[in-house]
Write a protein of this length. Structure first.
Length: 459
């Protein structure tokens, strides 16, 4: 009943029917819950994954933690390419132009596959010197290089899984991608256990387990998109060209390029942050990496709500409903801030217990828990920036939010971290992070309530 109701409410957007405030909230929640569950599941499973590696010792955790931010950078580029096409699909569906939506889908498969091959080759080419560039020592460089090379190779599966999932979500189907992402997390843990412990492959086993889980999930995600999706499936429809066309590729570039540039510079900032942390020692590197894993429990619900906001704003924007678009945006952001505030409070209280799950090393537990309690105070404003960004992406407004993210990260976080780290150690880095996230959230709320991001909507 609930699933059918959400489909009916989504149809209301496309058909121009009026919606009550209660219906809007129910639609936001119904689309958010599957994505939140998938995000939390991913974090919990990554938690277990990190715990498996953590119990191999501080060196294993540090070797992965050293190159982790660079891996996020590559993942961010993949996400930007995917969103450049999937936002167009959301707009086309909102305008009831299903044929255009499928045309965008066909071209996205070709473009994103070529893009992922390029990224994988890039990752392989830098895998050996990368740990040294990041300030790593000889004792962790070999494992770090091997882990990054394998993650880079498996990035092709990550790209396709992300593209198919993003297309399904923008069509309003949150349930299938969320369920498959949960399955991927379970497979990740199972495969990692087999490769890390049974096959005794250590850090290499962690990369192989993750890659195999991504391969299985990508295949299933494509099946549901191309064969089962009511709106987007290609099976059973007349065969049409997959050749990229200028209008769609140009639009994808306009949407995705600012996101890609943001991910490059934000990823670069994360790498600089790793370089700032690296001289603090193996314990600090491990504590930093594992504390970030714990913190993701707080912000994953925010990303789940942001997914729903992107879909709802994208379809409302495509339908030309300015008031409805603004209403979905503000309600989504408010919900995200409430949820992440509660999660931040729980993280503050149970910081030590959460770190204990990931590592038995007392010094890492104490340092990581201290940093998490600093970060807990920034969670409400972090939520604002996460969900606002999802709103702006849904509207195809990616340039100015990217500039805001980059200015905040480079001018505030890194500057403060460089100043505070020599005096306060890892705690100084996390103080800088908390200050910057609060500042960033305020910037995004100002832009949200200014309403300028919807001015490009066609009448």
């Amino acid at each position: 009943m609930a699933l059918g109701n959400s489909d009916t409410l989504l149809a209301s957007i496309r058909e121009g029917r009026e919606m009550t405030r209660g219906e809007k909230l129910r639609l936001i929640v119904s689309l958010s819950i599957p994505s939140i569950l998938a995000q939390i599941s991913a974090t919990v499973m990554f938690f277990i994954d990190a715990s498996m590696v953590g119990h191999l010792g501080a060196k294993a955790s540090a070797s992965i933690g050293l190159v982790e931010t660079t891996g996020w950078l590559l993942g961010g580029l993949a996400s930007a390419a995917n969103m450049g096409f999937s936002v167009q699909v959301a707009h086309a569906i909102g305008a009831n132009d299903f044929e255009r939506a499928r045309r965008v889908l066909r071209q996205s498969l070709v473009c994103c596959l070529l893009f992922s091959l390029t990224i994988s080759l890039l990752a392989l080419s830098v895998s050996i010197p990368l740990p040294y560039w990041l300030g790593g020592t000889e004792e962790i460089a070999h494992d770090a290089s091997l882990y990054f090379a394998l993650i880079g190779v498996f990035g092709i599966f990550f790209q396709i899984e992300g593209l198919a999932g993003s297309m399904l979500k923008c069509s309003g189907n949150m349930r299938i991608p969320s369920a498959l992402n949960i399955m991927m997390c379970v497979l990740d843990v199972v495969f990692n256990y087999l490769f890390i412990y049974v096959a005794d492959m250590g850090v290499m086993g962690a990369a192989l387990g993750t890659g195999l889980a991504e391969l299985v999930t990508a295949a299933l995600m494509l099946y549901f998109l191309l064969c089962r999706s009511e709106i987007l499936r290609l099976k059973g429809r007349p065969r049409k060209s997959f050749r990229p066309q200028a209008d769609i590729v140009n639009n994808a570039f306009k949407i995705g390029a600012p996101m890609a540039l943001q991910h490059i510079l934000m990823g670069g900032a994360q790498i600089v942050s790793t370089i700032i942390v690296a001289p603090l020692g193996t314990i600090a590197i491990a504590a930093h990496s594992l504390a970030i894993t714990v913190e993701s429990l707080c912000y994953m619900p925010g990303y789940g709500i942001a997914d729903a906001a992107t879909t709802l704003v994208g379809q409302s924007f495509g339908a030309g409903k300015k008031l409805l678009t603004k209403s979905f945006a503000r309600m989504s952001v408010g919900l995200g801030m409430v949820v992440m505030t509660l999660m931040g409070a729980l993280m503050f209280v149970f910081a030590s217990e959460l770190m204990t799950i990931l590592t038995p090393v007392g010094d890492i537990i104490d340092l990581g828990a201290y940093c998490l309690r600093i970060e807990a105070f920034a969670e409400p404003m972090f939520a604002a920036s996460i969900v606002c960004y999802g709103v702006f992406v849904g509207a195809g407004d990616t340039l100015k939010p990217a500039i805001m993210n980059l200015t905040s990260m480079w001018a505030v976080r890194l500057t403060l971290a460089a100043i505070l780290a020599p005096h306060y150690g890892l705690a100084g880095v996390w103080i800088a992070m908390a200050v910057e996230l609060t500042f960033r959230g305020i910037l995004f709320l100002i832009r949200l309530f200014s309403g300028k991001w919807v001015n490009q909507m066609k009448a």
